[in-house]
Every structure is written in C-alpha cells, then in structure tokens.
Unconditional design. Structure first.
Lengths: 187, 696
C-alpha cells in the first residue's frame, strides 16, 4: 500500500512541478511592478537632476543678483565721483572754462594792530606758505573812528524786488575808497 | 545490481550537488560577511574620516562680508559707499612648477618675475596657502586677468583657470566727494570699522556682518545648492547735511582762512526750526580716501570737539538772561560811563566810550561795561541757570563722536570777577556748535531744538528705522527771543557786525573777538585772536543760523565782524536761495561800512589766567579723543587779558605769579597733564577742575 501510494504520489508531484504552466496574470503583475519600480526610479532620478539643475540655476541667479547689486553700487559711486565738485572743476577746466577771479576784498587794518605793514607781510609769508605760493592782492585800509551818534534806525532800506537787481548792480560798481591803500603782491 | 548501482550513482550526484551548493553558500556568506565587516569598519570606525572626505568633495564653505552701509546726504547723494573688489591670491602648495607659473603670472600682472618666483617659492617652502598677488581690483580688471591667465588644459571649477590661483572677494570704502564733509563722515579702516565721524558713531548700524555660505558642488564643481547663514544686512544712514550747502560753506571758509592766513576755521549751519545741521565745516580738512595724509591737525572736528572763549558773542546769553527776568528792555538806557568798570580789583574796559545808551545800542557796540553791568544785575545763580538752560557745559547730543561739553564751572567755584568775565564771554569754554545752537534757539522763538545730523536710518528693504526725535526745550520766552532778535539786528545794521549785511536778505547776529592764551608764553597773547560771528537770516523769520569761528587770523582785520562777518555773508547769500528763502529786497550798503571796533576783552583777573588755559588738545591724544567721548576735560580755558589799555603782560606780572608757582610745585597727575604736552591746532581747551588756589 505504502509503495503504491508512493508510486502514485511521485509522478503526480513531478508532473505538477515541471509541466504546470504559470498563469499569464502573474507575468503581467510582475511586469507592472517592474514598470512601476522603473518609473519610480526614473521619476526620482529625474527629480534629482531637475533639483540639481534648479539649484544650479538658483546659484547662478543669486550670483547674478550679487553682481548686479555690486554693479549698481559701482555705478552709483561712479556717478557720485563724476558729480563731485573736484571732478566738475577738472572737467570744466578741460573744457576750457577759466575760474573767474573774484575782486579783491577790502580787509581793513585792525584798530588794535600797531604793527607795521612790512612786519605783517613778513608774518604772512612765514605763516602762510599756501597763500604765499600764488600772488594775492591785499588791500589794507586804515581804521576810522566811528561817527558819534550812530543811528539805531536800520540803514538797510527795503526796496521793491524789481528794483533790487538794478540796485545791487549799482552798489557793486561803487568801490570803497579808503584813505590809505596798500597793495602788496606776495610771491 | 544495475538498479542499485544507479541508485548509488544518483545518491553520489546529489551529495556532490549538495556539497557544491553548501560550498557556494559558504563562499557567498563569507563574501557577504567580509563586505559586512568592511562596512561596519568603514561606517563605525572610519565614520568621521569618510564623512569629512565626502563633505570636502562636494561642499564648499565661503565666508564673505556684507558691504558696509551707505551714508547719504539729505538729497540722496552718496557720501560714503562700499564697493566690491577682488583680490587675486595664490596657493603655492598646489603649484608644481613655481618658476613657469611665476613667469606667466608676472607677465599678466606686470610685476617682476624674479620677485614673484621668490615669494611663491618661500611660501611653498613654508606651506603657506595664501599669497596675495593683486588687491582691490574691480570686476573689469579681474575679467581681463582671468582671460589672460586662462589655460584650457586646466579643469577647475572657479576662475581663473590657472593652477593654484584664486579670487577672494573684498570690499573697499570710497568717499566720492573727497574732502567735502570729511569731518562729518569720518572714515573706516581696512577691517571696515569706523574710526571717525558718522562712520565711528554709527558703526553698529553700518557694519557689514560676515556671512557664511555653504555651497554644494557636483563633480564638475558646479554649485547646485547653497545655504547662506542669515545675518541682518547693514543699514544706510541719511544725514541732514546738504551737499551743495556743505560745499558752499567749505568754499567760503577755505577762502576766508587763506585770505586772513588764519590757523584754522569753523563754520556751522543749522536749520533753526528743526535743529538739523545743514553744514558743518572745518578747515583744514582731509581726504578720507587717503588715510596716510591724515594728521592730528586736520583730523579734529573742532566744531564739536574744540572749546574756545566766545568773547562778545556770549553777550547774547547775558542780555537774554536779563531780558527773560524783565530786568532790562531793549529800549531802556544804561550808562557805560567812561568805558571802564572795576570788579574785584579787575578793570574791564570798552574799546571806546559810548556814554548813556540803550541796551540795544550797547549790544550793537559790544560794550563790555554794559554787558558786565547787565550780568551783575542778573546775578550768579540766575546767570548760571541761564547758561545751563542754553545747553552750555554739556554736549549737545549730536550724533558725532567725542563731542565736548565745554567748560562751565559751578557758581561756588567762581571768583569775584568771574560773573563779570562770563558776562563778556570769558572764563567759559564753548564749542562752535553750542554757540550756533544758542543763537538758533533765539531764532526759533526761544525753543531750543537739539542739534542733530542724522535724518533717518534706512534698511535694505527701503523701510526706515525710527530715529529718536530731537529734544525741545523752551529756554527763553518768545517775547525775550523777539527782543533779542531786534537787538541782534542792530549789531548788523549799526554795530560791529556791519560786514554781515546781506544783499537781498536781512540778517542779525553778534560778533565775538577773544585773545588766546599762549601756552609757550604762559599768558594771553594779544597777537592771537579767536574771531567769530554767529547770526541768522532772514532776521524777521530766520531760516538758518550760521556760526563762523576763525582761529588766529593774521592778515588784515581781526575783529569778529571783520574776519568772520564776511564769511557769514558769503555763506548766507549763497545758501538762502538754495533753501528757497524768498529775497526781502534788502541791499547791503557797502559804502557805509565803517567798522565799529569791538572791545576784544577787558580780561579777567590775572590770577585766573592759568586756570583758563586756552590750549588745545595734544596731537597724540587725537585718536583717543575720537574713539571715546571725553569726560569733562580736565583743563582750563584761556583767559584773555585786558583790552589795549592794559597789556596782558602787565596783569600777568601783577597777579599770576602764585598760580604759576603752584603749577611748578604741584604737578598734576600724568593723565591730567597729558593734554598739555603738545598743543593742537585749534581753540581747543580743556578745563581743569583741579585748580590752583585763586586770589580774589
């Protein structure tokens, strides 16, 4: 009995293992899983590379922003330099403009100064090398005692604005004529 | 038998297969075990090393400094700005052939090949990784160098494509207007730390923090991820000064200093109504772009750091104090007698006797006698109180470093003649800004607005940070202020300040002339003056207050009205149209300009001469001065001698012997003596509280 059973069981098992066909759905499932897995890997890889690409673009843009800010500062500095008084003066000189010499200001001799003009000039030469470098015209006037009974009324008169220009021009043309005038040119 | 043999054969085959299978499995287990052991070894024991190596391959840490904040004027003109620059450096440890590399680099940079080769070789021997080759290059130059150094065979992520060479980003501070407003702006050092002016006082706001960038790189060195450490970006500072006004002020001051051969000059322009400083000029000045040319003489911002005796300009406070207490009125009369008055055995004189006059005329003629009499009526306590309310004796609070508070002694330390001396502007030390603020108070109907120079602080996102509002104090009543304005107007119209008359506008102000104390002579020197004119315009509705102080004018007139008055006029006439102030139609009648002499000083008693030394700060102390706001200066203010009628030397010999002796016998401690070492340029005094005994 045992033998016959064994004989019967063995061939059955063998045939079921070797011959039994796998259902096609099994392959389909495997294929789908494989596709999903492959697609997942593909998507992950794609996302990774996209992220890297974006990161690189971001980095480039950030650098570009910094460069632009830097350039903005540089241009601002260049504008300020070109608008600075020294640069304008230099440019004007290059264009042929000449600085207008202002008329000599009358500087009266102080009432308390007892020193001789020569001594004064000497002091100037010694103490002011800048001033001595180029000729300066100095007008010294003698001190005059003020007229007694100076009025408290304002000596400045209010004039109409339209007459103002004419008045100013007229005043400018008037020159102060001091009693003693000495003009010294320092070299 | 055959069947049995077959069975045995089959059994052997199975055995062999099993043995083979076991062997393969064992090999696999061993292989995997080996891998596992190796993995454990790498992951556990060599974890740190591997991590470091991996990070080093893909990560790059870069430290850079944010550009320092910009300083603007009120019209958005940049006064100080930082720009990015590049430094080319070499890492000699990665250069194999130093000589050929040096040859190429030297050719591009235009340096001597032998020197460069030697430098690189030495650095390589010392294993130094940083040798600076070219500093402060702009982007354009850097690109040219990159192009010139490009070696196509080199695979390198960063530029230049040359082995061992790299760029480092730095920043450079630029001051486009050079000397203009240099004392206000100050400068910062190579590390981007402010050393003077706004750069120093607002360093925390302007300072650009160091940021760390963590960059992730791919195998080609391209950055694909970047993490920047968050740091607050520096802010920009907008000042109240106006560049055109500052320029006009500086030009007028420079011209006047040169014309009068003065040692130095100061000019301050304040908007009365807001307390905003529109211009603050010192001459001589410096160029913050050229730090090697800065000296102690031109670095000091004397307008706020220097102390001087204001002389007659201080009579504003004397008369203001009396008017406020209703002790006098502008049209009331006062008798100046023969122009001489003696207080505590000290004789004060006027330059000329004016007899019985109104207070208005007394101020216009700058009578010392009348001012002293007025001061005496006010009394010690009242006068001291007025001084304090005007803000003398303490810093104004302007946002600039090392501002002095001036020298004001408490009444208990006054001499018998101190009140008289202070009534005419002696025995007191003030800064030009304090004086300008006092006059601005009168111009602003008695309301003192704290002078300030910062308009706003701006963040990078264009938002403004609120700035503290300037303090407002009612110093004198509006009525007193109006009376004082009328009196000050007379000074310009018919007094010592005629040269401050303007074309087109009315002006008012007060002249001041004081002799300086000579450190060498140990007495006041009648040849050394501090001449000033402080005023405002237009007189009726003042828009600006201008203070001009000239130190030691040598040529021509030396009175404040003669030296400083014209500078006031030059500045005011130029800036009033700039401020859109409508002309009033006044014309300065130059033909009637007859200078009324100003009493230089009926100086204080000689005994106090040494206690009020008008000597400046020492040059060697400038750095410390600018870095730290000084405490109450431990020095004395200059005390000028009497007027022409009584020479300073005479007074000195009469009364000042004892104090001099005291100085010699009792030397002051080194810290307090230090400032005496070397006088600085301007009218800077330091008052000493450790004084000698006075003779009253």
């Amino acid at each position: 009995m045992r033998k016959s059973n064994a004989r019967q069981a063995h061939p059955k098992n063998t045939s079921s293992r070797e011959i039994g066909p796998l259902p096609w759905s099994y392959f389909v499932v495997i294929a789908i899983c494989g596709c999903v897995l492959a697609a997942g890997f593909f998507l992950a890889a794609r996302q990774h590379f996209t992220s890297m690409d974006l990161g690189m673009k971001n980095s480039r843009l950030r650098k570009q922003l910094e460069d632009l800010e830097s350039e903005n500062r540089r241009l601002l500095l260049a504008r300020e330099i070109s608008l600075s008084p020294s640069e304008i003066t230099k440019t004007a000189r290059n264009l042929g403009f000449i600085a207008v010499t202002t008329p000599t200001t009358a500087v009266p001799v102080p009432f308390s100064t007892k020193a001789a003009p020569a001594a004064l000039l000497k002091a100037v030469v010694e103490s002011a090398p800048v001033a001595a470098a180029k000729p300066i015209a100095i007008t010294m006037t003698a001190y005059q005692r003020p007229v007694s009974g100076v009025t408290l009324e304002p000596s400045q008169k209010r004039i109409s604005p339209d007459k103002q220009t004419k008045k100013i021009e007229a005043v400018k043309q008037k020159s102060i004529k001091p009693e003693i005038t000495a003009v010294a040119k320092l070299r | 038998m055959a069947t049995r043999a077959k069975r045995v054969k089959k059994s052997n085959a199975r055995q062999t297969a099993f043995t083979r299978f076991t062997l393969i499995v064992a090999i696999l287990v061993l292989w995997m075990g080996g891998i596992g052991v190796r993995l454990v070894h790498l992951q556990v024991t060599k974890h740190e090393w591997l991590k470091e190596k991996a990070t080093g391959q893909r990560q790059d840490i870069k430290r850079s400094k944010l550009p320092r904040g910009t300083i603007f004027d009120r019209n958005e003109r940049a006064l100080a700005i930082s720009v990015r620059v590049k430094t080319l450096y070499a890492d000699p440890t990665t250069i194999d052939d130093i000589k050929s590399a040096a040859k190429t680099i030297a050719k591009v940079l235009g340096v001597k090949e032998s020197d460069l080769s030697k430098q690189l070789a030495e650095a390589k021997a010392d294993e130094r990784k940083f040798v600076s080759l070219a500093k402060g290059l702009d982007e354009e130059t850097a690109q040219k160098i990159n192009k010139a150094l490009e070696d196509s065979s080199i695979r390198k992520a960063d530029l230049p494509k040359f082995t061992g060479l790299h760029w480092r980003e730095d920043q450079k501070r630029s001051y486009p207007n050079q000397t203009l407003a240099a004392h206000i702006i100050g400068f910062s050092n190579a590390d981007g730390v402010g050393q003077a002016g706004i750069e120093q006082s607002q360093n925390d706001i302007l300072f650009g923090a160091v940021i760390k960038r963590l960059q992730e790189r791919d195998r080609l060195g391209r950055v694909y991820d970047e993490t920047v450490s968050e740091k607050e970006p520096p802010k920009d500072v907008v000042l109240t000064i106006s560049l055109p006004i500052q320029y006009m002020t500086e030009q007028a001051l420079e011209k006047a200093v040169k014309a009068s051969s003065s040692k130095s000059g100061i000019a301050v322009v304040i908007d009365n109504k807001t307390g905003e400083v529109l211009a603050l000029a010192n001459y001589p000045s410096f160029d913050p772009n050229r730090l090697n040319e800065i000296t102690a003489d031109n670095l000091s911002n004397a307008a706020i750091q220097g102390v001087y005796s204001p002389g007659s300009a201080f009579k504003l406070v004397t008369y203001g104090s009396a008017l406020e207490r209703k002790l006098i009125s502008p049209e009331a009369e006062i008798d100046s007698g023969n122009g001489t008055i003696e207080i505590a055995k000290h004789r004060f004189t006027d330059s000329h006797a004016i007899g019985r006059v109104t207070y208005s005329k007394a101020l216009a003629h700058s009578s010392n006698v009348c001012a002293i009499k007025t001061g005496m009526r006010v009394g010690k306590e009242g006068f001291y109180q007025t001084l304090k309310t005007f803000g003398f004796g303490k810093p104004t609070g302007i946002e600039l470093p090392a501002e002095t508070g001036g020298i004001v002694r408490a009444p208990e330390r006054w001499n018998g003649d101190s009140l008289a001396s202070m009534s005419i502007g002696y025995e007191i030390g003030v800064s030009a800004l304090q004086m300008a603020s006092a006059f601005a108070t009168i111009a602003n109907n008695g309301v003192r607005i704290q002078p300030h120079i910062i308009k706003e602080i701006r963040q990078s996102d264009e938002q403004t940070v609120p700035v503290a509002q300037p303090a407002k104090t009612q110093v004198v009543s509006a009525e007193t202020a109006r009376d004082l304005r009328i009196m000050l107007r007379q000074v310009v119209v018919a007094g010592t300040g005629k040269r401050a008359q303007l074309n087109g506008y009315s002006s008012a102000g007060k002249t001041g002339t004081a002799w300086k104390f000579d450190e060498k002579l140990k007495k006041v020197n009648s040849a050394k003056y501090v001449s000033s004119f402080i005023g405002f315009a237009p007189a009726e509705d003042p828009a600006v207050t201008i203070a001009v102080v000239m130190d030691e004018p040598k040529v021509g007139g030396r009175d404040g009205g003669q030296v400083a008055g014209p500078v006031f006029r030059d500045i005011a006439q130029q800036i009033l149209p700039e401020l859109n102030v409508k002309p009033e139609g006044y014309v300065a009648e130059e033909s009637t300009l007859e200078d009324i002499p100003e009493a230089v000083a009926s100086g204080p008693s000689a005994s106090s001469l040494n206690e009020h030394v008008s000597d400046p700060l020492p040059k060697e102390n400038i750095k410390a001065e600018t870095a730290v706001v000084p405490k109450s200066p431990a020095r004395k203010e200059a005390k000028p001698a009497s007027a022409e009628t009584k020479p300073a030397t005479a007074i000195k010999t009469e009364k000042s012997k004892q104090p001099e002796k005291d100085i010699k016998s009792k030397p002051v401690k080194s810290e307090k003596r230090e400032p005496e070492a070397k006088p600085k340029s301007l009218i800077k005094n330091k008052s000493s509280t450790d004084t000698k005994k006075r003779k009253t």
